[in-house]
Design a protein around this ligand. Sequence first.
Ligand SMILES: Nc1ncnc2c1ncn2[C@@H]1O[C@H](COP(=O)(O)OP(=O)(O)OP(=O)(O)O)[C@@H](O)[C@H]1O
Ligand SMILES: [Mg+2]
Length: 442
Amino acid sequence: MNDAESLATKSPPSDRLTMPGYRPRVIETQIAQALARVGAVLIDGARACGKTWTARHFARSEARIDDPASQLLIETAPESLLAGASPRLLDEWQMAPSLWNRVRRACDDRSQPGQFILTGSASPSDEITRHSGMGRIARIRMRPMSLYESGLSDGSASLRSMFDGDAAAAVPRDDVSLVNVVEAICVGGWPVNVGDSADARGEASGVGGAIGDYINEAARVEVAEAVGVRHQPEALMRLMRSVARNVATEARLTGLAADAGGDSALASATVRSYLSALERIFVVERQPAWSVELRSRASLRKSPKLHFVDPSLAASLLRATPTRLMADTPALGSLFESLVVRDLRILSQGIGADVYHYRDNVGLEADAVIERRDGAWIGVQAKLSPGRSAVDAAAASLLRLRDKVARRRNTDLAALLVVTSTGAAYRRTDGVIVTPVTSLGP
Ligand SMILES: Nc1ncnc2c1ncn2[C@@H]1O[C@H](COP(=O)(O)OP(=O)(O)OP(=O)(O)O)[C@@H](O)[C@H]1O
Ligand SMILES: [Mg+2]
């Protein structure tokens, strides 16, 4: 039984609002810690990633602020919206931005942790949340499900144990094929699809399906509603397609502008403002460059890489189906790297680590560097192929990275990791750990 299963079989306290069929999420550790520490927790993240359901798993009472009844109360008796068993969920709180200051004040008055959970999507009121509430309201980013949460990964390769230096050999997975992984890329980690029949999942992916609708909605409505950017949906779609073609690369603004241009290149300022709007609705995420002292004279590249919050968005924008991707190794390679980065990010959240990438001016790269707050780090290469030569090359560049970083950071090295799509999990004689993505766990 893996952690997710053992969590699932423990029934939650009965006074919580947990939904039937709720599957455990990795982010719960972080939410539980924050609720024990501060008065209120704000869960934000891409639309439909599971914010409300996870918040209800902790909440003992709730108010849905998008409800007409709540809207009336905001006018007449706003304090009553905060009254109820705590933690109290204020879902879609951004529909009444004035609640923010009331929540802050209530946290001060009650001076008890775990009073409120706020969920909602990006909005113009982001400005309020960015600058106030420090120390009282913790902000936690939620993403779609990792393979571990949706059930494709057994979690036997635990990041926490790699950091602690006691990684057990992962259990071999001969029950998962490359096609399963490619399907997982196209369907994505959207919790609404988890447990669906294969047919329903097939419909969800692709340009015509639910993911295509999601993208259209983001391009046409969400960007404007959430962040008030006046934009041309067609141009935004072209930019999103260009980002999809450049997923997992350090795409430069000028390159994206030209690539998205069609007949006329988009202005750099337009690209910048559209990208920042897509980041604010949590659809696009940067993977920053790792900053580290080098022992050699090489110098670091500082540009972030771009990813969609879920590889299914890029796959849909590229009109990729599992069949087409199986025949297009370069595209599949980038989307696979993006899948690995998504999962590493989600799994790192519970252990207080962040995910970077590494590239220097002599061409040495690491697809991901996971760094814990105490400085411990894991270097990662994603390799679609579990074949000998691919893994050898990936391990060789990780060992070069180890030899290149300054001595102090070398003592902080926790593990070097090659993540493959399928195949065996093992530790090489040079110490590099090899594991399929379907074994990664928190
Ligand atoms: N942990 C979970 N286990 C099983 N299904 C889930 C889980 N979380 C979410 N779902 C499914 O996904 C759907 C969307 O989840 P939810 O409403 O929580 O997302 P959200 O992030 O609040 O979306 P929105 O941004 O639209 O408010 C739910 O209706 C449910 O079907
Ligand atoms: Mg919601």
